[in-house]
Design a protein around this ligand. Structure first.
Ligand code: PEP
Ligand code: MG
Length: 841
């Protein structure tokens, strides 16, 4: 008997069936059998059996047939390990032949009998005899006449009569399905979905419940939740006198299931069957511990369950579904956390293009900041601000952005750039603001002077045209497709609470403004891990003061101008401290080259000359004198702190004065101050001495005590190598993996976007190293730095604050290396937290 053969086995409660040997569908059917649900008799063929069939070695067909009562119609369905990997389509009504047709004409009626036979002949012709499906286009209808035409066409084409023997039919179907799976195109298709090269296919041979015939007969699907929202809602379709997934066909007038405003329903037509079905579905949900789509057939009023598949769902629905499963006592919170893929949270955190919307794709770029935004194209930051003042959503289009564009980016609904990669200015700021952003869209031609973009198919976009950015996929779309709003509802909050309980590495946020800090707080970040203070100098009214400071001739002049910036910085910090309510706030001292704050255009230079009361030629000369060949490796970071120390003095004072102020009316604040771009111990000594002096001065002036922590940002290879030297002077090391990646590879973070896809496609890099931490190279430096830092300062706090902080794989690395926390853009905090929980559970 078949039972003894593990490769071809009748599905009984204790048959040796597993998803890894017989596929997901076979395993699921066994679960349904165990639940005592009315499942038609089924034989499962293992991956191994199917593989042998493809090679021409058939199983014992007679033994399979012995498992079914004589004259049963059969169907064969695919059962791959993961249902997402697809498989050949099901073949129904195997066993139909001329004799059965005549019998069925008596028992079921002519139309039903013809429909059964016709369906099988067509499937057999296309899949087994490999005839062209087009040849049936002219078949008149599903009546006896149509059947005769179809059989005739089959015989004319194959020059053979249609096979009448069940064993021969079944063998043919099994062979064709097994071979279809091994074909090149099927293989490529499933590999694209993540299947391994040798993924197996199982098959199930199931007794047919025809779905056509006398009394109420038909087929359909039912599920207990809405696929898009995940909210409880009986959904599905049912079609009388139908088979397979007919009820779901386009243009089919199927019935809804539940009685509602939409007209007749299954509940009206067959109330008892509907009640049974609901009961079975609820039973499946509870015992299979999952929301299932139930495939069913009704035969003369009786329900049969043919299959159950996990309800397909988007990110939002997934969260609601698992949270309700926990609330109903079906899953544990940890199981629910594990069922949500961290990246899928992006769908909840931002507006999305609705999955139902039609997409007119204009072009593609690197998806640098998720979410979708629609607006009118503007080509300058000034135009973006003008649009915002008219309350008109706009998309800021630039070849690349620079710090001067910050205000334009704040004003825009989304940002599109021609150049740049995942850590370019536009990408970093976009993620920080939660602003959808696509960078490196080099397949589109940006004619910014003409205010036009030419897209690959030749269409020309102009200022004022409406486009939509899908920052999740990197697609630029024409017009305004339908959107889904962000869904930070109770279910989301509940899930995040469970993730927080489970995770064992801290998650902080990179936040530069009060708005960022508020977002960080809303997502329960455990503090700010990086505040890039320079962004504060681009605020209205400050840039000119900043430029005055840069143009100051003497140290005294500079200090005088900085006096004017001091209260502004102090207010910034007071706000951050208040919002963070006593949580740690790590402030990085000024980092970028000063040159970035100077106007690049002649108009800007003229305006500056006017503001400073200097001749334009002077201004231009000074600007040119400050130009550097390699600004990222030039006078920036701590190098400015050493050579133009007044800036750090002012910042330290602003931080300390804000500390005292915010501590007066709130939780005591212990600020963290971080020195960027360190490469030598002496740099740390020099800055530390001055910061300590400022702290002493503020304490003395205000006659109040406060604490602070000084740390080093480790973002040059030399800082990793020499961490043992300076760690005794510092409370923490925060690895800036953006610069560290740039310097380790000698790869410009602003220019790599141009060729990154070539490098990834040709396998030079497995992934963009600015996106996923290069654990082999940069990671090695991280480990060295951490180890050497701990050697001389065992209690030192370790963290990363580069863009990698929000990437699940990179978080795994940091956790394994014993880091205390990671810091990422505020909108990535939930993704990071869920990833951290996955690692800890
Ligand atoms: C870094 O270099 O990783 C970092 C966080 O600093 P920034 O991106 O501002 O250079
Ligand atoms: Mg840096």
């Amino acid at each position: 008997a078949v039972h003894s053969n593990p490769h071809t086995t009748l599905i009984t409660p204790d048959a040796p069936v597993t998803a890894a040997t017989h596929g997901g569908r076979a395993k699921c059917l066994q679960r349904l059998v165990r639940l005592d649900l009315p499942v038609p008799r089924t034989v499962a063929l293992s991956f191994d059996a199917v593989h042998r069939i493809a090679k021409g070695e058939l199983p014992d067909i007679a033994a399979i047939l012995d498992e079914f009562p004589p004259d049963t119609l059969l169907c064969v369905r695919p059962s791959s390990e993961d249902p997402d990997w697809g498989g050949p389509g099901a073949v129904l009504n195997i066993g139909m032949n001329d004799a059965r047709y005549v019998e069925f004409c008596d028992s079921l009626g002519h139309d039903a009998a013809a429909a059964l036979y016709l369906r099988f002949v067509q499937a057999y012709a296309v899949h087994v005899a490999r005839l062209d499906p087009d040849m049936f286009d002219d078949v008149s209808d599903e009546s006896a006449h149509g059947l005769r035409e179809t059989l005739h066409a089959y015989e004319a084409e194959t020059e053979e009569p249609f096979p009448q023997d069940l064993a021969e039919q079944l063998a043919g179907v099994l062979r064709s399905m097994a071979r279809a799976w091994e074909g090149t195109s099927a293989r490529l298709l499933r590999q694209a979905k993540g299947a391994p090269a040798d993924a197996g296919l199982g098959l199930v041979v199931q007794a047919m419940v025809p779905g056509v015939g006398q009394g109420e007969c038909g087929s359909g699907v039912l599920q207990l939740v809405d696929t898009t929202t995940g909210l409880p809602q009986i959904t599905g379709r049912y079609l009388s006198q139908s088979q397979g997934r007919d009820a779901l066909g386009a243009g089919v007038e199927a019935l809804y299931l539940e009685k509602d405003v939409r007209g007749r329903s299954l509940e009206d037509v067959a109330p008892a069957a509907f009640a049974d079905l609901k009961r079975h579905a609820a039973h499946m949900r509870e015992k299979l511990r999952e929301e299932m789509q139930v495939e069913f057939v009704i035969e003369n009023g009786h329900v049969h369950i043919l299959d159950g598949v996990r309800v397909a769902r988007g990110g939002r629905a997934a969260v609601r579904i698992v949270v309700r499963l926990v609330q109903d006592g079906i899953l544990t919170p940890q199981e629910a956390v594990m069922r949500i893929e961290p990246h899928s949270l992006n769908e909840l955190l931002h507006r999305q293009v609705s999955p139902k919307a039609k997409r007119d794709v204009l072009g593609r770029g690197i998806p640098a900041s998720p979410g979708a935004a629609t607006g009118r194209i503007v080509f300058t930051s000034a135009d973006a601000q003008a649009a915002a003042s008219r309350r008109e959503p706009c998309i800021l289009v630039r070849r690349e952005t620079s710090p001067e564009d910050i205000r334009g980016m704040h004003a825009a609904a989304g940002v599109l750039t021609e150049r740049g990669g995942i850590t370019s200015h536009a990408a970093v700021i976009g993620r920080g603001l939660g602003l959808p952003c696509i960078v490196g869209a080099s397949e589109m031609t940006f004619l910014t002077d003409k205010k036009q973009i030419v897209v690959p198919d030749g269409r020309v976009l102009r200022a004022g045209d409406i486009i939509t950015l899908d920052g999740t996929s990197g697609q630029v779309l024409a017009g305004e497709p339908e959107m889904l709003e962000a869904a930070l509802d109770d279910a989301f909050q509940t899930l995040m609470g469970w993730a927080e309980d489970a995770s064992d590495i801290g998650i902080r946020a990179n936040a530069d403004s009060p708005a960022d800090a508020q977002t960080a707080r809303n997502f329960n970040a455990e503090g700010i891990g990086l505040c890039r203070t320079e962004h504060m100098f681009f605020e209205p009214g400050r840039l000119t003061v900043m430029r005055e400071m840069i143009f100051a001739e003497s140290s005294a002049d500079r200090a005088a101008v900085l006096e004017r910036l001091l209260p502004m910085q102090r207010d910034d910090f007071v706000q951050l401290f208040r919002i963070m309510q006593g949580q740690p706030v790590c402030i990085r001292l000024f980092d970028p080259p000063l040159h970035e704050f100077l106007p690049a255009t002649r108009t800007g230079q003229r305006e500056l000359a006017e503001a400073l009361g200097l001749p334009v030629s002077d201004v231009i000369r000074r600007i040119e004198a400050m130009e550097e060949y390699n600004p990222m490796l030039g006078l920036r970071g701590v190098r400015l702190g050493v050579t133009v120390p007044e800036i750090y003095d002012m910042q330290a004072r602003a931080i300390f004065e804000a500390t005292l102020k915010a501590s007066q009316d709130g939780d005591p604040v212990v600020p963290e101050i971080m020195i960027p771009l360190v490469s030598a111990k002496r740099e740390v000594e020099l800055v530390k001495r001055r910061v300590d002096a400022v702290a002493a001065a503020v304490r003395a002036e205000q006659r109040q005590a406060f604490d602070f922590r000084l740390g080093v940002m480790v973002e040059t290879p030399r800082a990793c190598l020499r961490a043992a030297e300076f760690s005794p002077y510092t409370s923490f090391l925060s690895f800036g993996t953006n610069d560290l990646t740039q310097m380790t590879y000698g790869l410009s973070r602003d220019d790599a976007g141009r060729f990154m896809s070539d490098y990834v496609n040709q396998g030079v890099f497995r992934e963009d190293p600015f996106h996923v931490l290069d654990t082999d190279g940069v990671g090695e430096l991280l480990k060295l730095g951490a180890e050497r830092g701990r050697e001389t300062n065992p209690g030192i706090t370790l963290s990363i604050c580069g863009e990698h902080g929000g990437n699940p794989e990179s978080i795994a690395f940091c956790r394994a290396a014993g880091f205390d926390y990671v810091s990422c853009s505020p909108f990535r905090v939930p993704v990071a937290r869920l990833a951290a929980a996955h690692l800890a559970i």
